[in-house]
Design a protein around this ligand. Structure first.
Ligand code: IPE
Ligand code: IPE
Ligand code: MG
Length: 227
């Protein structure tokens, strides 16, 4: 990887897709894919932070994922319950702060408590890992508009202050694994000028090497912002 960290995207959003297909290919239940997917998170996030990325947003559970079979949702919530603390402790230990986007009231109270405990540990570090849980871009936009309207006129500033991402750097790049070429309600407002990267690699197989090669390509793209 190049040494010029200033050229690195500041904020990368990752749509971690393909866990179910990863498992099905191996004749395993979909939940085995989710387990493999969780195991893959730390190394990819650490590679991004080591390369100089200031914020990684992980799409872990969408508002639409609530429409999946109850067994799958329960298994996903169990994985969150089991892994969120150890995983975030490692990230906090390396100087990142961990924040959440989404409506946490959907989750059982013990999981909400884990999320609150993690949020309370935040050091105010410049580097952050933002975990999108029960997150939907449309819900975020409607919520921000409502909150901004409650406190006065809706302007770009008052609206953006109410987004979950208000304290995070500008989104430069979205990576989607698993082959689909869509945003699936991820960071709809923030994606305005993000560079989009799609790969057929299923999330449990995605690794630091592939991410770093995407950063190389990111640096070759000309960002024009309409100018
Ligand atoms: C992404 O993998 C993880 C979540 C949405 C929670 P999927 O479960 O969507 O896996 P595929 O797309 O069915 O392979
Ligand atoms: C997006 O993947 C959500 C997450 C990765 C958490 P989905 O698998 O839910 O998206 P669709 O259904 O293929 O659009
Ligand atoms: Mg999927």
């Amino acid at each position: 990887m190049k040494s010029d960290k200033s050229k690195c995207p500041r904020h990368v959003g990752i749509i971690m897709d393909g866990n179910g297909r990863w498992a099905t290919k191996r004749l395993l239940p979909r939940t085995a894919g989710h387990r493999a997917g969780v195991k893959n998170i730390t190394s990819v996030v650490e590679a991004a932070l080591n390369a100089g990325v200031r914020c990684v947003t992980l799409y872990a559970f969408s508002t639409e994922n609530r429409g999946r079979e109850k067994d799958e949702i329960d298994a996903l919530i169990d994985l969150i319950r089991k892994h969120i603390k150890p995983m975030t402790r490692d990230l906090i230990a390396r100087g990142a702060c961990v924040v959440f986007s989404g409506d946490s009231s959907y989750f059982p109270s013990d999981v909400q408590q884990l999320m609150a405990d993690i949020s309370a540990e935040n050091s105010g570090s410049e580097t952050s890992v933002n975990i999108a849980l029960n997150y939907g871009g449309r819900e975020e936009i409607i919520r921000a508009a409502r909150l901004a309207a409650e406190s006065g006129e809706i302007t770009k500033e008052s609206f953006e202050r109410e987004l979950y991402s208000s304290k995070l750097p500008e989104l430069d790049m979205i990576v989607r694994t698993g082959g689909e070429k869509r945003l699936s309600n991820f960071l709809l407002y923030q994606a305005a000028y993000a560079e989009l990267f799609f790969t057929d690699t299923l999330w449990p197989d995605f690794d630091a090497k592939e991410l770093l090669s995407m950063f190389e390509e990111f640096n070759k793209r000309t960002r024009k912002f309409g100018k």
